[in-house]
Write a protein that binds this ligand. Structure first.
Ligand SMILES: NC(=O)c1ccc[n+]([C@@H]2O[C@H](COP(=O)([O-])OP(=O)(O)OC[C@H]3O[C@@H](n4cnc5c(N)ncnc54)[C@H](OP(=O)(O)O)[C@@H]3O)[C@@H](O)[C@H]2O)c1
Length: 218
């Protein structure tokens, strides 16, 4: 008989290479009054996930990061910051979502998306999944797209015909940044490695610089 109070999750047992991640049984979360319980269908491996898992931080900030994130292993031992899935149940005060809704969300610093279930506040970064995209596509949106939008629009307020340089154009943030900067009417120069040049061009970049070439900054 399956234990309904338990779920499977990928637990980061200590800092180290990908092998430190192990599938274990953990407590299944119970939604608070303002939370939804999401059955997770897709998640991502973000730059934050692999940095925390491998404790891959510059030497100067390692001690403060250890104090913040955990000394021998991450205190939030189930990593994963982005997800999509279906709402399984809701807390008694939740009004924006109902059981069965397809959603995508960011769990951000609380991590927890490498699991079968997660509880999220209805007021957090969670929204209904557009019906014309898959769960896998939706899970890859929340952090990269939000970060790109925030920096291009809220901070830089990019205007038509401005020139924008996207450094890291083939990554999670960069692929959205290229498309959004084009959407805002900018002329986009993208920086990535040789293997990703065609993909970045296909996203709309006007010029592409290969950072693996000598003297590329010129
Ligand atoms: N503040 C925030 O809210 C926030 C949120 C998300 C991310 N971030 C930060 O933003 C950065 C990018 O995140 P991401 O998730 O997009 O990472 P990612 O998916 O791992 O993408 C990394 C990008 O950097 C490029 N790159 C790798 N090595 C490079 C080098 N030596 N020179 C130039 N470019 C290089 C990669 O190009 P190739 O793949 O072609 O090699 C790729 O385009 C990270 O530092 C991350 O921590 C911040």
């Amino acid at each position: 008989m399956p234990n309904l109070k338990k779920m499977k999750a990928v637990v980061c047992t200590k800092y180290g290479p990908p092998e430190v991640l192990q599938i274990q049984e953990v407590e299944k979360p119970i939604p608070k009054d303002n939370e939804v319980l999401v059955k997770i269908y897709a998640t991502t491996v973000s730059a934050a996930d692999y940095r925390v898992r491998g404790f891959n931080f510059p030497a100067s900030i390692r001690l403060p990061v250890r104090l913040l994130v955990g000394f021998k292993r991450p205190r939030k031992s189930v990593l994963g910051m982005e997800l999509s899935g279906k709402i399984e149940s809701i807390g008694k005060n939740v009004s924006s979502f109902k059981k069965g809704d397809q959603v995508f969300a960011a769990s951000l610093q609380t991590f927890g998306a490498y699991a079968e279930y997660i509880c999220l506040s209805e007021d957090g970064p969670i929204a209904l999944k557009p019906t014309n995209i898959t769960y896998e596509e939706a899970a890859a949106i929340p952090i990269g797209a939000r970060t790109a939008y925030h920096h291009l629009k809220t901070i830089a307020n990019v205007q038509p015909e401005q020139k924008v340089l996207i450094y890291g154009a083939s990554g999670s943030v960069g692929t959205y940044a290229v498309q959004l900067a084009k959407y805002f009417g900018a002329e986009v120069t993208a920086v990535c490695s040789t293997a990703n040049i065609e993909m970045v061009k296909a996203l709309g970049a006007d010029n592409v610089i290969d950072y693996t070439r000598p003297n590329y900054t010129e």
